[in-house]
Design a protein around this ligand. Structure first.
Ligand code: COI
Length: 357
């Protein structure tokens, strides 16, 4: 399929952020967007790159009523030689397709979509930050567009990719976060849509997050929805525990997002001969390990959050400090290695990097 390109008129270029050190997250959007349409019987068509701007939808579009939507999050990084590269983009697009299958939506062609993404980034290459720690966040999204009010699978979709420069996801940057263990609300249950990257999971997390913010916590740690006993994920990221010398993370049981950073961390740890176990871990085990001094580090992982050390967790009114509230050695090493690979500062033994320019 050919991609039609309509460049933004130079007089209508979007204002670029003045200070790359203060980008925040998800505030700025680059000049162009990639879009394509889908119709049953016709497949994907009308691939185009256009100036970023509002999209038009009927108020009855199915996505606005029943949430038939999937999305992804990945980043483009500026290398020291000025070139631009992506981290594991095919894995993100394959996960998009898995999410799409769960939501009865059509899959995209991974190689074509990657080609479109590279073309989009090349066109907006000046938007890729040059400041260490900053990157271009990429948000592929698919929505159901048929105007209809019955609960059903839409025969029409819009797929689009927007991008924008970002800094750290959490305002505290790489400093340890405070996390509240959520024992009232639940995020997802096995057999549901928890492992799909779809808007409903995030909507389900908002109330707990708001309540946690009011109490001074950055995020909530979700427990399983059946027993409210086993640790699942942080909602914006997966979670890891350095228990003595073993790295433990909850298994992908159907209610947890299969994180690409999670998978990369498991691989890096194994490269370094650190034993990694994907197993159920109860919140009581976590608390006991902290009390006994066996919990060396806790950190969250995600594209947006990268590696986010946890300095404090609160459960049933008790507050537990991890590693004296400081960044742990392994969290730091993983952060540096991952960022090193992503920014082209360190070798890429697993072939995770895809060059754009
Ligand atoms: C990401 O890590 O890229 C995500 O999509 C999570 C979102 C909460 C920002």
């Amino acid at each position: 399929m050919e991609i039609r390109v309509e460049r933004v008129d130079p007089s209508r270029r979007r204002k670029r952020p003045e200070d790359e050190g203060k980008l925040g997250f998800g505030i700025y959007f680059s000049d162009h967007v990639f879009l394509m349409d889908y119709k049953d019987g016709k497949g994907w068509h009308n691939a185009r790159i256009e100036p970023y701007g509002p999209i038009s939808l009927e108020p009855s579009a199915l996505v606005l009523h029943y949430g038939q939507q999937v999305f992804e999050g990945l980043k483009a990084y500026r290398r020291p030689d000025g070139g631009i590269q992506l981290f594991r983009p095919r894995d993100n697009l394959r996960r998009l397709n898995r999410s799409a299958r769960r939501l009865c939506m059509p899959e995209v062609d991974v190689e074509f979509t990657l080609k479109a993404l590279k073309e989009l980034i090349s066109l907006d290459q000046e938007w890729v930050p040059r400041t260490p720690g900053a990157s271009l966040y990429i948000r592929p999204t698919m929505i159901a567009t048929e105007p209809a009010l019955g609960v059903k699978v839409s025969p029409e979709y819009l797929f689009y990719i927007i991008t924008g420069p970002v800094g750290a996801y959490y305002p505290q940057g790489f400093n340890p976060t405070k996390i509240l263990v959520e024992d009232r609300y639940v995020r997802a249950v096995r057999g549901g849509i928890g492992e799909a990257k779809t808007c409903g999971n995030y909507a389900a997390s908002l109330l707990a997050m708001e309540e946690a913010h009011k109490k001074g916590y950055t995020q909530v740690l979700w427990l399983d929805a059946v027993y409210q006993k086993y640790v699942e994920e942080v909602g914006t990221s997966n979670i890891f525990f350095l228990l003595e010398d073993e790295l433990v993370t909850p298994p992908l049981g159907g209610s947890i997002l299969p994180g690409i950073t999670r998978d990369s961390v498991i691989q890096l740890a194994r490269d370094w001969w650190i034993p990694v176990r994907e197993r159920l871990i109860s919140i009581d085990e976590v608390v006991d390990a902290i009390k006994l001094g066996r919990m060396k580090e806790i950190f969250a992982t995600g594209t947006a959050a990268v590696i986010s050390p946890v300095g404090e967790i609160s459960y049933k009114g008790e507050v537990y400090t991890i590693n004296q509230g400081k960044v742990g050695e392994l969290s730091k090493k993983l952060y540096e290695e991952l960022q090193g690979i992503q920014y082209g500062l360190r070798p890429d033994p697993h072939g995770w990097i895809e060059k754009v320019t």
